[in-house]
Design a protein around this ligand. Structure first.
Ligand SMILES: [Zn+2]
Length: 162
């Protein structure tokens, strides 16, 4: 949507048109949406510009801005320090829990190694084919592991002798 007279609006507002042009534009603007809209728009800008020129900058404005910014900075530092305190407190509270978990991991690892080592001798003997005698010896709780091992070794040498 364009109008060839739109470009005359700013000169119309500023009173730079001659009498004939001015009368023509007054008549045209009443019937043209584009030009009446442009007229309102330019008038609004002009009014706001005049307001800005009238505006007196307060002498304490600079001081207010600086103190406002300092407040924001101080506030931010304070909040940041509080946040650090929170994290520090939380970390301190979690240290015992972390220690317990770490100890559990270490202990479970150590015990697993030990239980594997302890089981081996009997497991090896049981996994071999046992005679009735050997089962009786293994099943006898009164015999110490040393005696059991000795009986097995003797049995092997006797078998070899036959
Ligand atoms: Zn127009």
């Amino acid at each position: 949507m364009r109008c060839r007279w739109k470009k005359l609006i700013s000169r119309f507002i500023d009173g730079e048109l001659d009498k004939e042009e001015k009368e023509f534009m007054e008549d045209h603007i009443r019937g043209c949406d584009i030009c009446s809209q442009e007229l309102r728009f330019l008038k609004m800008i002009k009014d706001n510009l005049n307001k800005d020129f009238d505006y007196q900058i307060d002498s304490s404005f600079r001081q207010n801005v600086i103190s406002e910014l300092t407040d924001i900075q101080t506030n931010f530092k304070r909040r940041f320090n509080l946040w650090l305190d929170d994290i520090y407190t939380l970390a301190k509270r979690l240290i015992p829990a972390f220690t317990v978990v770490l100890l559990l991991i270490v202990f479970s690892f150590v015990f697993r190694q030990q239980s594997l080592a302890v089981v081996t001798i009997e497991d090896v003997l049981i996994n071999n084919h046992l005679t009735k005698e050997e089962e009786f010896i293994l099943g006898n709780d009164e015999l110490s592991p040393g005696v059991i091992l000795g009986l097995f070794l003797n049995g092997d040498s006797q078998e070899g002798g036959y």
